[in-house]
Write a protein that binds this ligand. Structure first.
Ligand SMILES: NC(=O)c1ccc[n+]([C@@H]2O[C@H](COP(=O)([O-])OP(=O)(O)OC[C@H]3O[C@@H](n4cnc5c(N)ncnc54)[C@H](OP(=O)(O)O)[C@@H]3O)[C@@H](O)[C@H]2O)c1
Length: 440
């Protein structure tokens, strides 16, 4: 038997349990089966897929997998003494959270690609893993094939990270790129993303910023050594952006991106938020288009590091899962798995998002008549918000409406919001359509 102090130790081979055999699970299973010789060379012991949990055992699958490996009962996998590492790729948190807890308690090392699980239960699962002397790894949960967790945990560990800025949702980046380049409306861009398989049939968690907030919570926890609750992250999605915003942004020298931002403040609190931003067109992040992801990390010793690549998809995600798997398996073959203790983590406060001070882009629809602009200027001046530049365009001579785009100088977020409320009351202001923060 392979058990010592609650931990399962392999003698002749390392057994893998797989929870889920969908897009990611199928690629993981096929790599484990088809690349077993290469994996054995890298690890020093054979790696064997020993059990797979699915929802529907009768489902027709393109992957040719022995039927006797499949089960719908997770206890068959968790109680199998020959399984040393569990890979969770079911998704969601109901089944996944219970199964991962049970596995950790049973002394099984766990790897997951599930950002929602890590963002919501990461601290608890880390503690459970430490208490049971096993590893809990999740490279694939953020950034698909881009090695973000390992880079932050290991390669950049000596630097004090000051800022992290990331395009970490490929679906929204694709939609924004199409709206900018091909002048598509939001609804057409999302339909195109769904037709190409870049967006789910229900894309809510992408377009409302939740998916990026899950990932930012995970990255911030590692980069700033501080667990943060994803619910506390300020988030705004991309649904209010219109094709005209991309035209004006381009004219002003900016791209529009959904950015996940975490910045260490002078008082050591963390300013963490997800929302669309205007980015100077010449900056590297502004040039990241389509489904690609990029993460820019700034720190005292490193200056600035940019990681860039495929943020989703079966193969890049499998690469990240297998990198975690090989790391644990190598340690297991030496009976020396590194257990990361999170006892020394400091809890940082989150900086209040209504106190951030940035420049703003405001697009309004106004009556094209004398005096309206001066009323707008007065409202902004009451909160000492000064205007840096203005674009005014007639929409059509017949309706006597104009579109006005104002770029402000720096202003405090809550004062800007109060001004917007007042602007909506000004006679002649028909709509305050879009407000976008400038990320400098
Ligand atoms: N897709 C990507 O590009 C990507 C990238 C990075 C991370 N991820 C993450 O990877 C995870 C899996 O994503 P996916 O795209 O592979 O999902 P998926 O294609 O929907 O596959 C889910 C798998 O879980 C099984 N399953 C679902 N509910 C179950 C239940 N109650 N009991 C047992 N098995 C159940 C399904 O079984 P059946 O086959 O029998 O239906 C299926 O095999 C998610 O957390 C996702 O966020 C995905």
């Amino acid at each position: 038997m392979d058990k010592e102090d609650g931990k399962k130790l392999p003698s002749k081979e390392i057994g893998i349990g797989l929870l889920g055999l969908g897009v990611i699970g199928s690629e993981v299973a096929s790599t484990l089966i088809n690349s077993s010789e290469e994996l054995e060379k890298k690890v020093g012991l054979p790696i064997k897929l020993s059990g797979v949990l699915v929802k529907n055992i009768e489902k027709v699958r393109s992957l040719n997998i022995p039927k006797n490996l499949l089960t719908t009962d997770r206890s068959v996998i968790i109680n199998n003494p020959k399984i040393h590492i569990l890979v969770e790729v079911i998704g969601g948190t109901t089944i996944a959270a219970s199964a991962v807890r049970e596995a950790l308690q049973a002394g099984i090392h766990v790897i997951t690609a599930n950002k929602e699980l890590v963002a919501k239960f990461g601290s608890e699962l880390h503690d459970l893993a430490s208490a049971n002397g096993v590893a809990f790894h999740y490279e694939a949960a953020v950034g698909g094939g881009i090695p973000l967790v390992a880079t932050l945990n290991r390669a950049l560990v000596a630097s004090r990270v000051t800022t992290l800025r990331a395009i970490i949702n490929g679906t929204t980046n694709y939609i924004l790129s199409e709206m900018a380049k091909n002048k598509l409306s939001f609804s057409k861009a999302i339909k195109q993303a769904q037709d190409l398989g870049y967006a789910e049939p229900d894309p809510t968690s992408d377009i409302d910023g939740s998916d990026a907030a899950f990932k930012l919570a995970i990255l911030t926890g590692i980069a700033f050594d501080s667990p943060i609750n994803y619910n506390d992250i300020y988030k705004e999605g991309i649904v209010d952006l219109a094709p005209n915003d991309f035209v004006y942004a381009d004219e002003l020298g900016y791209s529009i991106k959904l950015l996940a931002i975490a910045k260490r403040q002078d008082d050591d609190s963390i300013d963490a938020r997800v929302h669309p931003v205007l980015l100077n067109k010449d900056t590297p992040l502004a040039k990241v288009d389509g489904v690609l992801n990029a993460i820019e990390v700034s720190g005292d010793l490193i200056g600035q590091v940019l990681l860039y690549g495929e943020g989703a998809g079966a193969q890049p995600t499998t690469n990240s899962i297998l990198s975690d798997l090989v790391e644990i398996a190598r340690d297991l073959s030496l009976d020396n798995v590194a257990i990361h203790s999170h006892q020394n983590e400091q809890k940082h406060n989150l900086y209040p998002s209504n106190q951030i001070t940035v420049r703003y882009y405001i697009r309004m629809l106004v009556s094209d008549e004398p005096g309206v602009m001066s009323k707008i200027t007065q409202v902004l001046a009451q909160k000492t918000i000064s205007i840096a530049s203005v674009i005014q365009r007639e929409t059509s001579a017949s309706n006597k409406l104009a579109e006005v785009v104002i770029m402000t100088h720096k202003a405090i977020e809550n004062e800007l919001h109060e001004s917007i409320t007042e602007l909506k009351k000004v006679i002649g202001v028909k709509d305050v359509a879009t407000v976008i923060r400038l990320e400098e």
